[in-house]
Ligand binder design. Structure first.
Ligand code: BES
Ligand code: ZN
Ligand code: ZN
Length: 494
């Protein structure tokens, strides 16, 4: 990843490296925006005339590389919006595009004018997330485009700006660690690997980690996690991490779906649908990395995070469609489809999570393919039992620039999950694809008390980007919801 630092505006600057400038539309053309850098009139004129030669418009997402001087990258910010969130989002995206246009370069100066510490934070975030690449398994490193080595944000080195950069770096690191976990091949990230990595990551005073192994899970009655995991030679785990400051304002409990690989089990997936299923632990990765960021930011809120980890494999020891299992706390589930496994491991973890007496409960899961039928591939669904709490999450997602949308859990959906022989079935006996995302949520709702504000984030649409990069969302694991959860925690700590 690119090293990001502030290059103080008070220092003399020699123009011997590429610079990044911003443009915006004006009378149908790109017009150069004021920058933190003093550019002499001649160069300014040169840039402007090259921009018109290139027919630049200054729109969002536009990148123009001018080989003037030592190279100038002009990125379009689009029109200023009334909504400050979207201006910051434009800065993040533009900085990501600029930094990728500068791949293989040693150093560059981001001279986009900044008017606040938030804007410095946004530029840093765009660079840090936009230059991420998962190269661990490439042996010929020369073959890969190197990310820009050093990004200098040309801005005042005020205390606020320095703090903003520090915050951005914490978030960048957490999101990119979530991406690493998602991108790691399932061969190298079985449930126990995830558990041990979490333990190693939180080997510090501020966070405590407990791990339940398959024996403990069985003994304590975690029948969902146990049943999903029993088809694999790599046994399941339940990880619990706790961050508790001295006098926390509230207690937020997070639960993440951690299927390290989802074959579908005996209800086997077709090959095409299986390729991206290493990402089926993205929820677990997100909640753990959010907890890490929250603890580093020292937010005054207690956070407990659970990772419900299992590998969903078909074998002679796997659970069968029509098995009845017992979730932690005693409720029985008729498993009619072993590919609807996420809700089984989550049910266990959600019931356990409520023993921690949360003020707020959030689970994050790549739960249903139906979510992207409804919302496309860049928006996650948010469902729950408390509209006020959900609107706080949506607000947090807007600040973070992570697209999320409130979806309903219609009352009639639950009846479709009635089972002849158990308390609930994990899919309707005759499965229709209509409203699959809502049905997943309705199942989970059965395991959550109405008294606790609870939200379920279905991140199946955007946990893994199997296309090319857009903005600061690179291909592969996206780390979606880490930044929303941290924003939510900030809000709850107020
Ligand atoms: N992990 C999948 C959901 C998924 C699909 C995530 C595509 C990301 C991309 C989940 O376990 C699953 O298989 N769900 C089934 C549910 C069905 C059997 C009710 C699905 O979506 O088909
Ligand atoms: Zn599945
Ligand atoms: Zn799954």
């Amino acid at each position: 990843m690119t090293k990001i630092q502030i290059f103080p505006t008070s220092k003399q600057i020699v123009l011997n490296k590429p610079i990044v400038l911003a443009t915006a539309p004006k009378a149908g053309q790109a017009s150069l925006l004021p920058s933190n850098l003093k550019i002499d009139a001649k160069l300014q004129k040169d840039i402007q005339s090259h921009l018109s030669l290139a027919q630049a418009k200054g729109k969002r997402g536009e990148v123009i590389y001018l080989s003037l001087a030592k190279g100038i990258v002009c990125v379009g910010l689009g029109d200023k919006d009334k909504n400050e969130n979207s201006n910051l989002e434009n800065l993040r995206r533009a900085s990501a595009l600029a930094s990728r246009a500068l791949s293989d370069q040693q150093e560059a100066i981001f001279a986009i004018k900044t008017n606040s510490a938030q804007e410095v934070e946004a530029i840093a975030t765009g660079i840090g997330l936009g230059t991420y690449k998962f190269t661990k398994y490439k042996t010929n490193k020369k073959e890969i485009k190197q990310p820009l080595k050093i990004a200098n944000i040309f801005a005042s080195d005020s205390v606020e700006n320095k703090k903003a950069l520090q915050k951005a770096l914490i978030l960048i690191n957490s999101v990119n660690q979530a991406r690493d976990l998602v991108n790691t091949p399932p061969l190298d990230l079985v449930p126990n690997d995830f558990a041990l990595l979490t333990k190693k990551q939180f080997n510090k005073a501020a966070v405590k980690v407990e791990i339940l192994d398959e024996k403990a899970l069985k003994a304590k009655g975690f029948g969902g996690i146990y049943a999903v995991g029993k088809g694999s030679v790599h046994p399941p785990r339940l990880v619990r991490a706790v961050y508790r400051p001295a006098k926390p304002k509230v207690h937020l409990v997070l639960v993440g779906k951690g299927i390290t690989f989802d074959t579908g089990g005996i209800s086997l997936k077709p090959p095409g649908s299986m390729i991206t299923m290493k990402a089926d632990m993205a929820g677990a990765a997100a909640v753990m990395q959010a907890l890490d960021a929250i603890s580093q930011l020292k937010l005054n809120i207690q956070v407990t995070a659970y990772a419900a980890l299992a590998e969903n494999m078909p074998s002679h020891t796997a659970q069968r469609p029509s098995d009845v299992i017992k979730i932690y706390g005693g409720k029985t589930v008729e498993v009619l489809n072993t590919d609807a496994e996420g809700r089984l491991v989550l049910a266990d973890a959600l019931v356990r999570a409520q023993e921690d007496k949360p003020d707020y409960l959030v689970n994050v899961a790549t739960l249903t393919g139906a979510a992207s039928i409804a919302l496309g591939k860049r928006t996650a669904g948010v469902m729950g039992n408390n509209d006020d709490f959900i609107s706080r999450i949506i607000k947090a997602s807007q600040i973070a620039g992570e697209s999320m949308w409130h979806m309903p859990i219609p009352e009639e959906i639950r009846a479709g999950l009635d089972s002849e022989i158990a308390d609930i079935a994990n899919i309707p006996p005759s499965l229709s694809p209509a409203g699959g995302m809502l049905r997943g949520a309705a199942f989970l709702k059965d395991f959550v008390s109405d008294q606790i504000p609870w939200a379920h984030l279905d991140i199946a649409p955007n946990a893994f980007n199997d296309n090319s990069a857009y903005g600061y969302v690179v291909s592969g694991g996206t780390g979606i919801s880490v930044r929303t959860l941290v924003e939510l925690a900030k809000e709850l700590a107020k």
